[in-house]
Design a protein around this ligand. Structure first.
Ligand SMILES: O=C(O)CCC(=O)C(=O)O
Length: 307
């Protein structure tokens, strides 16, 4: 693992990130404050995220990885000559977004929705919690990662105080490309307010193009903030913060925090991660993401209005 304060050249969405230490840095590890909820809340308010290094049981996370790679192998995405745990993919696998890898997956569900992780959120929120029933499971092949965005446009119909948990299922080097957070972005409402409250599934039913897109389960607004991480950084002014993740870490952040991911610069390895959501049980929840078969961004999740 690279622990040097000088980061190697890093890329996101095909852009080389400026190596100036005022523009890029490492995530702050908050595992030292794991037992001090007041301090965690203070850091979350200040930073817009908490990076909890080694908070979870590494063996349990690797067990969940085993269950995911088994399914990826069955789907023909892995090179069957290699050890599935290495997640070596067949050529041109691309960005595999496969929430169904989490469906009925006991190992993933136990990790995300019971035990140490849910206890973390219960303490953090200071009351009973609930989580979305939908789990975003990603296996990202060589190529571009995720472009800069906030999560609220995808899940803002209930509370706005819920939190995302980004979970690496294995060690994620800079080359394999993990998540990055734009420092201080959650405080830049001057730059976010015209973007962050838009709902990707809302549409104008009196505009034929928008109605057609909605009827087909498509979007007129994709929720992307930008396709250019360096430009977003220059506009917001903070640093892009990332690290080399290990199985057992998790990164949690709020709905207003701009984030993106590094590109996968390996020759043939998948970066496997999930994102899941947690909130106070007493607060309203976005009904696109709950139930046995959550409607999500499908036609059933669209909301039309005359505009
Ligand atoms: O894993 C990624 O590349 C993107 C994850 C993400 O956008 C999220 O956790 O909200």
């Amino acid at each position: 693992m690279n622990t040097s304060s000088v980061l190697p050249p890093l890329y996101s969405y095909d852009h080389n990130l400026d190596s100036d230490p005022e523009k890029i840095g490492r995530l702050r590890d908050s595992s030292d404050a794991a037992d001090n909820v007041e301090e965690l809340r203070r850091r979350f308010d200040e930073d817009g995220y908490l990076y909890m290094k080694g908070y979870l049981n590494r063996e349990q996370v690797l067990g969940a990885r085993a269950s995911i790679v088994k399914r990826l192998a069955e789907a023909g995405i892995l090179d069957d000559k290699e050890d599935p745990m290495d997640a070596i993919c067949v050529p041109d696998s691309g960005y595999v977004f496969k929430p169904e890898l989490a469906d009925g997956n006991e190992e993933v569900h136990d990790l995300l929705y019971s035990g140490r992780l849910t206890e973390f959120y219960r303490k953090f929120f200071g009351e009973s919690i609930r989580h979305y029933d939908f789990t975003w499971l990603r296996a990202i092949g060589p190529g571009k990662g995720t472009n800069p965005h906030c999560d609220l446009p995808y899940m803002g119909r209930g509370t706005h105080k819920h939190m995302t948990c980004w979970m690496p299922y294995g060690d994620i080097s800079f080359e394999l490309g993990g998540l990055m957070i734009l420092e201080g972005s959650h405080k830049r409402m001057d730059l976010l307010e015209n973007y962050v409250y838009r709902d990707v599934d809302a549409y104008c039913e009196n505009k034929p193009n928008q109605k057609k897109a909605a009827d087909e389960g498509g979007w007129t607004f994709t929720g992307t903030l930008s396709h250019n991480p360096p430009v977003v950084r220059n506009k917001f002014g903070g640093r892009w913060l990332t690290t080399e993740f290990e199985a057992g870490d998790f990164l949690t952040f709020g709905m207003f925090t701009v984030h993106a991911s590094l590109d996968n610069h390996t020759e043939n390895r998948l970066r496997i991660s999930s994102d899941s959501r947690y909130q106070r049980a007493s607060e309203p929840i976005d009904d696109r993401w709950i139930g046995e078969k959550p409607p999500g961004h499908s036609k059933a999740g669209k909301r039309g209005r005359v505009c």
